[in-house]
Structure formats: C-alpha cells, structure tokens
Design a protein around this ligand. Structure first.
Ligand SMILES: C[S@@+](CC[C@H](N)C(=O)[O-])C[C@H]1O[C@@H](n2cnc3c(N)ncnc32)[C@H](O)[C@@H]1O
Length: 366
C-alpha cells in the first residue's frame, strides 16, 4: 500500500476515534466494548504512569519492600517499619497493592507477585533508585527537549559528553550501577551467541568486568579482556584481583581514539552503541572492524528500538533516557545492520534472546 493511502486511512481512523459520539457508541455496543475498555485503560495508564513509577519508588525507598520480605505484617507494624504515619503507610500499601507490589491477606500486608519478583533482581532496585535523576530532568519535559543533556543525568554519565574523560570518583557510581544491572543482560547474551567457539574475547566498554566474569563462569576456557576508560579499567583489574579471577584482565584507553588491541577473534559491545550519536558510533564500529582479524566476530547487545512486544521501552523509555544523558539513541536491528555494513563488516544478523525488552543481540562478521 502506498504512503498516500496509508496516511488517508490513518487520518480516517483518527477522526473516528476522536469523535465523542463514536466513543460512546463503541463503549455501549457489545462487539466493540472490550476494545473500547482496553483502549480507555491504556489511555488512563498513559495519563497516570508517573504516579505508578512514584508508587514503586516510595515502596522501595520507604523500606516497605524490605519490611515485607520476611512475611506478613500488620498495618501498624508496617507503618513503624517505614517510618510513615499509619494513614500514609496504608495509602502507599493500597497503591502498591493496586500495582501487584503488595497484597492484603486478611488483616495483614504481604508482598504481591510483582513485589516478590523485584527481590530477585538487585539491578532493578538500583535502577529504581537511580531513576530519581531521570525524573528530576523530565519534571519539565519541554525544557529537557530544548537543552539536551543539560541536567542531572548527564552530569552522572560524565563520559557521554566528554568522551574518554572521567575521574575515579565520577566513574565509581555509574560503574557500580552497570555492574549491578549486568545480570539482567549477561546470561541472555551468553545464551544467544556461541561463545564456546572462541578462546579470547575483548569486551569493549566492559566497565568493572561483570559481563566477562559471568562469561568465564559459563565458559571456563575463555580468556577475556575488558577495554574501558583508564579509571574504569583500574576498577575492573582491582575486582578481578580481589576475587582471584585468573584469565581476566583489563586495558585502559579511549575506544573512540582507535586505541583498541588488534588481531581480535571476538569483540563484545554490551550496552555501548546506543550511548553514542551517529558519528562517534560509526567511528567506534570502524575502530572495532580494524581491530578484528578477518572473519572475527562482533557481538552487539543492548535494548533496541522497535522490539516486538516492547516497543515503548525502546523509543519511549531509552529514547528519553539517552536524550537526558546527552548522547545516543536506541536503534533498530536494521539500523545497526546498515551501520555495520557502512563500517566495512561483511554481514550481520539478529540472534534470538529470552527477554528482548532488556537485550537484543546482533552479531557481525569482519
Ligand atoms: C553504559 S556503560 C556499559 C558497561 C557494560 N558494558 C555493561 O553493560 O554493564 C558504558 C561503558 O563505556 C565506557 N566508556 C564510555 N566512553 C568510553 C570511551 N570513549 N572509551 C572507553 N570506554 C568508554 C564507560 O566507562 C562505561 O563503562
């Protein structure tokens, strides 16, 4: 169908959906009622989304999640544990219950199914705490759009605007956050790609080394090197030494300056490419292409745009996040494929992952 026809159809649909008489009809007419209800619910969730996120933040930050972890708690004890007035604690518990974070069982409060799932993932808890910075920047979304990377999040991700820079103090916070959230992605990447075919792996922008550590646990024969900013590579080396991890090391440098170790058989880029705008991202891919031996593999893993079943997490969540950070954007696998071809890679393909909302994987051959 031509673009002209599609535009005409979309315009017709939009006129209908915007008409209050049609909305009343659709809500009353039995065959359209379920669709009308689910559309109304989705619209309401869009309007209310910020209060849902803040319920989650308050649930974690007040200590309600931790207080309910051991088991059922009566309302007054819960108020004491969260240091909130009884009425406020009750209001929060009810809001949390509506979002399945908490659950009332008889006279007591317990964790709900979503609350229990949170406990199994320290990375998500760190992200919730970290979201304070993002929400502060987005409190005035138009101001955020007008001054890209002008807020708290950009100051936190120092390297995003001054690539290759960062004092030891500045990198400590974000490196620890990335390491804590790494379990969300590491196993998916390792399940998706046959790392067993390699003896050496170079993890570019590998942070404190959480990914290579997990890779070596799963494939003990692999030797792996992290390449990151000098202060971060230092943290990775200290971590490997403290844990007594042989076969893992770290090299400091600037991946945009073309300082990568050569003759690589397998390079990984985990949650890196989307941090960068078109020019630096293209430079990074060319540098990696030059560092790989012929036939060498590049494994790119990150959340991507246009992911079926998770479209909002791409352009709506990561789109804003990376905008506030001041650099990069989520890209679709197709866009990444085009960039890889432009950087001189022979071919690339998308691999399957278990939870595409947190990571998709594209592998390219030099
Ligand atoms: C979003 S974090 C990802 C860390 C890790 N791959 C992960 O998934 O947990 C980006 C990493 O890239 C590193 N980095 C950013 N710019 C860099 C540069 N120009 N050269 C080397 N490393 C850089 C940062 O220090 C940070 O560790």
């Amino acid at each position: 169908m031509s673009d002209g026809w599609r535009r005409a159809l979309v315009q017709r649909r939009n006129r209908l959906l915007a008409d209050p008489r049609f909305q009343r009809f659709a809500a009353r007419f039995a065959p359209t009622r379920p669709v009308a209800r689910s559309e109304a619910r989705a619209l309401f969730d869009l309007v209310a989304g910020f209060t849902y996120s803040q319920t989650l933040a308050a649930f974690v930050e007040s200590g309600m999640l931790a207080a309910l972890e051991p088991g059922a708690m009566d309302a007054s004890v819960l108020a004491e544990a969260t240091q909130l007035p009884v009425e406020a604690s009750e209001r929060l518990a009810r809001a949390a219950a509506a979002l399945r974070l908490a659950e009332r069982v008889g006279t007591h409060w317990m964790l709900g199914s979503a609350g229990a799932a949170l406990l199994g993932n320290r990375g998500i808890l760190e992200m919730i705490a970290h979201h304070r910075l993002l929400y502060a920047d987005l409190a005035d979304p138009l101001a955020a759009l007008r001054s890209r990377g002008g807020g708290a999040l950009a100051r936190y991700w120092h390297y995003a605007q001054d690539s290759g820079q960062g004092s030891a103090d500045e990198v400590a916070g974000y490196s620890a956050l990335m390491a804590a959230s790494q379990p969300l992605v590491a196993d998916q990447v390792i399940d998706a790609y046959r790392f067993g075919a390699h003896r050496r792996v170079l993890d570019i922008g590998g942070g404190e080394g959480a990914f290579v550590e997990r890779l070596q646990e799963r494939h003990p024969a692999i030797r792996a090197t992290v390449f990151d900013l000098p202060e971060v590579a230092e943290r990775a080396r200290a971590r490997f030494a403290a844990k007594g991890l042989g076969g893992l090391d770290a090299v400091g440098g600037d991946f945009l300056a073309g300082e990568l170790p050569r003759e690589q058989e397998c390079v990984t880029l985990v949650r890196i490419l989307h941090d960068h705008d078109a020019d630096p991202a293209a430079r990074l891919l060319r540098n990696i292409r030059a560092a790989l031996r012929p036939g060498g593999q590049l494994v790119i893993a990150e959340p991507m745009a246009g992911t079926p079943g998770a479209v909002a997490s791409g352009d709506a969540y990561f789109g804003w996040y990376l905008w506030a950070m001041g650099s990069g954007r989520p890209r679709s696998p197709r866009e990444i494929g085009t960039m890889l071809a432009d950087a001189g890679f022979a071919r690339s393909r998308l691999l399957r992952t278990q939870l595409p909302i947190t990571a998709r994987v594209v592998v390219a051959t030099a």
